[in-house]
Design a protein around this ligand. Structure first.
Ligand code: IPE
Ligand code: IPE
Ligand code: MG
Length: 275
């Protein structure tokens, strides 16, 4: 937090927003569905891939802002398992941009103590992108600041299925398949985000009100924030606005607020007959 204020120019919008953030109530895990690159480009009479290219600057800005804020985990939905349905030329550009981003950002990741990870079926990515990804994951593995998860060839359903299959495999290896009964804790430890807190805040850019097969298991109680802003326009100020909105929310996890609980306890149950 202090680190973010130090790098921002006093008087700017970013600085003004950063000053409003309560550092004691930061989301530990922010997950983002980075959407709207195509529409951003279309609006400018540019090809879709120009939107993806511009979106790389947003990734950089959001990653650096999250690191300086001292958010623990940032998960970015970069390529879904369903995105293979797109034209090959667009897919090729996306993975070229991924390689470019990884090469260009490595120094910053080291400087800002960022640890990169990938979630999704990485083994099926184009070879060069996969190699670059493994290289940067390896080089940043000892960093212990912000954890950035890139969701690539990711599907929330596959994540759950892979987790279940992992548990089955383990049980089989131990000769305990017959008595296997999967609990919530076991699956929590077997999905791709095992060991990390669930997302507190889920952001989707460009206005679509859907999850598109992202982190289905993990977002059970995430606060959802949808902004009309297209991903290539989403920068530091937009992330700060999303976090400020999150900080105004009351998270109840199915219970009541402290005040409501006191009031409810004072109420006489028989006051409203059931029949
Ligand atoms: C998000 O932008 C990037 C990826 C899904 C890879 P889109 O490419 O989906 O942009 P729109 O939704 O067509 O505007
Ligand atoms: C979700 O966006 C996937 C990513 C942001 C990587 P899409 O643009 O693929 O989602 P739909 O098709 O609008 O649901
Ligand atoms: Mg889209």
């Amino acid at each position: 937090m202090q680190e973010l204020l130090r790098v921002l120019d006093p008087g700017t919008e970013d600085w003004g927003l950063a000053r409003l953030i309560d550092p004691s109530r930061l989301p530990a895990h922010v997950a983002i569905i980075m959407d709207g690159n195509g529409r951003w480009a279309k609006r400018r009479f540019l090809p879709r891939v120009a939107g993806h290219k511009a979106g790389v600057d947003s990734v950089r800005s959001v990653m650096e802002t999250a690191a300086r804020l001292r958010v623990e985990v940032l998960t970015l939905y970069a390529f879904s398992s369903e995105n293979w349905k797109r034209p090959k030329s667009e897919i090729d550009t996306l993975f070229r941009l991924l390689r470019f981003f990884l090469r260009q950002e490595l120094a910053t990741m080291m400087e800002q103590n960022i640890q990169l990870n990938a979630i999704g079926r990485i083994e099926d990515l184009p070879e060069q992108a996969r190699d670059e990804l493994h290289r940067v994951i390896g080089l940043t593995s000892r960093n212990n600041g912000l954890k950035v998860n890139l969701a690539l060839n990711y599907s929330g359903r596959s994540d759950i299925i892979d987790g279940v299959n992992r548990l089955i495999e383990e049980a089989r290896a131990q000769g305990q398949l017959g008595s296997l009964e999967i609990s919530e804790e076991m699956l929590q430890g077997a999905v791709s985000t095992s060991g990390l807190p669930d997302p507190d805040l889920l952001i989707r850019t460009s206005g679509e009100m859907r999850i598109s097969n992202f982190l289905l298991w993990q977002i059970a109680y995430a606060e959802i924030y949808v902004t009309q802003t297209y991903w290539p326009d989403f920068r530091c100020a937009d992330l700060l606005r999303a976090i400020l909105d999150f900080q105004k929310r009351e998270r109840r996890f199915g219970g009541l607020s402290a005040l409501e609980r006191v009031q409810a306890e004072d109420q006489v149950a028989e006051a409203v007959p059931v029949r």
